[in-house]
Write a protein of this length. Sequence first.
Length: 172
Amino acid sequence: MIIKLADMDEEFVARGEMDKSVFSELEGNHVALTSAVGFELKVRKVGDRLRIEGPIRCVLTVTCVRCLDEFFYSMDTYLDIELAPSASAPEATEFELRSDDLDVYYYEGDEIEIDPFVYDEVLLNVPTRPLCREDCAGLCQTCGKNMNYETCSCDRSASTVFGEKLKSFLTK
């Protein structure tokens, strides 16, 4: 979605959806979008700057890191950024950032594309270690059974070299 600054009033709401095909690169990371990415962003002029804020929602299919089951993950995040003209960007190669500077982006020209900001917000909020549930039991390290659905008769007392070294370190 493109915003034309010359045609813009002081404030308006940008509603839309991004097609899930835009996020095809996620599939290599055991993540896939199962719905379009919906957004409803309030765009406000504040002097020569713009403030863009609002919810972004979608549903992902992700793989649990413990049991390797796929499950649906509802993402409900909030975009909150400020855009300033590139002429107001600092020219020094080194300068100290304040916390207020972290959410400021710079634009050139009379048009602003919103989709890259929505795209980045979705990517930043994809879970890095997704769990199907908090108490996920995972897979048996010996036989590979999913401990959420069935128990196994494997010997859990089998020790590893790492475990033995850890025990000897802790008993000293």
